[in-house]
Design a protein around this ligand. Sequence first.
Ligand SMILES: *Cc1c(COP(=O)(O)O)cnc(C)c1O
Ligand SMILES: [Zn+2]
Length: 439
Amino acid sequence: MEINPHLEPKGRGNLSVDVKLRCPKCHRTFEPSEKLFICPYCNQPLEVIYEPDEKPSFDEIRRRSRIYGIWRFKEFLPIKTSNPITMGEGSTPLVRVEKLEKLIGVRRVYVKFEGANPTGSFKDRGMSLAITLARESGSKAVVAASTGNTAASAAAYASRASLLTFLLLPRGKVALGKMAQSILHGAIIVEIEGNFDDALETARRLAQREEFYPLNSFNPWRLEGQKTLAYEVFEEIGVPDHVVVPVGNAGNISAIWKGFKELKNWGYSDTLPRMAGIQAEGSSPIASAFKLGLDAPLFTENPETLATAIRIGKPVNWFKAWKAVTESSGTFEVVSDSDIIRAQRLLAREEGIAAEPAGAASIAGAIKLAQNGYFNGDETVVCVVTGHGLKDPDSVKFHPTTRLRAMSVDDAIEKVIKSLMERSNKNREIEIKRQQVAS
Ligand SMILES: *Cc1c(COP(=O)(O)O)cnc(C)c1O
Ligand SMILES: [Zn+2]
């Protein structure tokens, strides 16, 4: 795919000349190299520090660009290439959800629907960059530990780049749709007796070997792709007051915050959003510690939640995420599995948006924050819905449904008409009750 002649390689290989890696904790900077991801002094994942030599206005980007997706913002990405591994990831819908506005009690609520990415989650944004670099690094294979969505995305993008893919998955804890994708794209699947954190440790060790390129979010180049979510929101509605993000390994909330900070540092915007990170009750090492007033997470050995994408006991990017929330005067919140299922149902049945449970955690979080009086009523809130409902078909078992069985055409018609009348009567009763309450 021809992206733009402007993207010809320059300076050091594929990396832009002004790229450095910096430790978020000790602030030491490092020259980028293929195997450097983590600060050797602090054991924290590094961040990419990048100063674009050209900063087009958003009007210019809009005018010139027939390109949708993350490469639309190529000047803001640290990799210079005319040939990225891409499937048009990004440019996902920002959907206004008016019924949720009423429920949450703020002026505007938007859902940034990351389920609309090529493999159905935001992971594709980062995977495009990471796989592009993996190809350039000359690695034989890529390796990823995953609760499912990184696996699905890695398998798809590595196929395009003709790289062998090894996926490390916690056995029995990956949602059906994600497993199906990994199989379909031909990855080699290693099911580990253990949890995600064990899988990640395996990936980190394998990544020290020359043959393997790691695709987990300790790889800071992936987060550079994910930060484009902030640019897209900014391009459509400016800087919102709040951004609510489900948190697992804590890379995405860090990446989105980085995007908004860059927009401010580079003079595009005057304000910053407040970041809210949402974790599930049985898997809340960061959010629980934050709420207790501690200054570091309480890692857990046995995280549990039906939102498997955020079932992580030792989030590798906790330090960056903690900084994102404190710097932005934001917060962390904990939601229960039943809060998540209720939010999944609301989103699907009131707004038509299908989220996997982890994706609906941001909605559950916004509802809970509203109940706690976190919003003043006048704000714009963006909830990031991180993954598609098709990912986890098993999760529909928690939702009531009407299924009628018919023996013939006439029988089917009769049952449909009867059901319609029942529903109309029920709706009428509800409407009468609502009016009685109102008057
Ligand atoms: C990966 C993932 C998350 C968690 O993102 P982190 O960057 O690990 O915090 C949340 N929801 C879905 C659907 C995911 O796939
Ligand atoms: Zn350090």
